[in-house]
Design a protein around this ligand. Structure first.
Ligand SMILES: [Zn+2]
Length: 359
């Protein structure tokens, strides 16, 4: 079954041209709701701002998800096509993450309706604020969701890529309080919170810890002037692993490094540890993976099962008992001004989704 390539391209262009950085998804919602309604969906927007659209069908319902928000910069976003590939003009992101997913969903449901092809009951979920901690997926009104299986269309790689495992993520917010003193007249009276932070950070393992574990200190802020021993420094970091025990060990190690350095200098250290999302582990025998692989095979695409390193709405759906995988929509270099997507991949992604929804 064919999708309408010209319509898909027009939809993608229209979606990209509606800027929707996190928190400013309203205009995009105004565009997608009538499009979903004209594809035969009953559409509502939940109290968190997520779009939920239901389309009747036969069989076990399936949830299909993309997110509405993008990272920045988006101001002045212009779409540029070169050799069948969409880019921005290089000054902004493109927003194919995740408007390619939304375009693919709209095209798939419109094609199915138009060609009157029997399909599974579909629950389309378009989340807000995915980029700032999967906020939409966490606050989604799950009382409206019946599906026990789901697809997120929100990753890169060749079409047919299926992310079947995802890591757990923990965020650390550290506050170090030392003691201020004049740096020239009485430095011995001060306790430098910057020195404590530096010692702690340089003594902890960071980067790629092992094949399934990573850690990073991403932000640091402290001090007020060069002539004052800095009293307060805040540090933010994270750790991820597909193995909960390894994650716990890494987080313990990071927390301990701050405490040891604080104790050595007599500074007080407060560490806030937040579990942002949980790992998931699916395999070739799980129903949703089987459905995806089967659909890919029908289209002659290699189904590539991969373990992901990032978090997505997929993590939250799995936590909520909706067995879900994340599948590629073909965008590359997301979260950068060189973000791009090939038209052919967009078309293949839509064809693949159609094949899955046909059941
Ligand atoms: Zn995304």
């Amino acid at each position: 079954m064919l999708v309408n390539k010209d319509r898909l391209i027009a939809t993608f262009r229209a979606l990209v041209e509606i800027q929707s950085p996190t928190g400013q998804e309203a205009n995009l919602i105004s565009y997608v709701v009538p499009r979903l309604e004209s594809a035969g969906a009953r559409v509502s927007v939940d109290s968190g701002g997520n779009v939920i659209a239901k389309i009747d069908g036969a069989g076990e319902p399936i949830l299909v998800c993309s997110h509405l928000d993008t990272v920045m910069p988006t101001a002045g976003l212009k779409i540029v096509e070169r050799n069948g590939v969409f880019y921005s003009d290089g000054t902004t992101i493109l927003g194919a993450d995740d408007k390619s997913g939304i375009a693919v969903i709209l095209e798939a449901v419109e094609s199915l309706r138009e060609q009157q092809v029997p399909h599974l009951p579909v629950e389309v979920v378009l989340t807000v604020a995915e980029e700032v901690g999967l906020v939409g997926a966490k606050t989604l009104d799950y009382s409206q969701i019946v599906a026990k299986r789901g697809l997120c269309l929100d990753t890169k790689g060749p079409i047919g890529t299926i992310i079947v495992e995802g890591p757990s993520q923990v965020c650390l917010d550290v506050t170090i309080v030392g003691k201020a003193a004049h740096a020239g007249m009485s430095p011995e009276k001060g306790i430098s919170s910057i020195v404590v932070a530096a010692e702690a950070i340089s003594s902890m393992p960071l980067g790629r810890i092992d094949e399934e574990t990573t850690a990073n200190v991403g932000m640091i802020q402290g001090g007020t002037a060069t002539n004052i021993i800095p009293e307060k420094t805040t540090v933010a970091g994270e750790a991820r692993s597909r193995d909960e025990q390894k994650l716990e060990a890494q987080v313990d190690c990071m927390v301990r490094a701050f405490q040891v350095a604080g104790d050595r200098h007599g500074a007080t250290v407060h560490v806030n540890v937040e579990h942002v999302y949980r790992a998931f582990h699916l395999g070739p025998n799980d129903e949703i993976v089987r459905m995806m692989s089967e659909a890919a095979r029908k289209l002659g695409l290699p189904a590539r099962m991969e373990a992901g390193g990032g978090g997505s709405d997929t993590n939250i759906f799995n936590e909520r008992g909706i067995q879900s995988v994340n599948v590629s929509v073909g965008y590359e270099d997301p979260h950068s001004t060189s973000e791009h997507i090939a038209v052919d991949d967009l078309v293949r992604a839509a064809e693949l989704l159609v094949a899955v929804l046909k059941g």
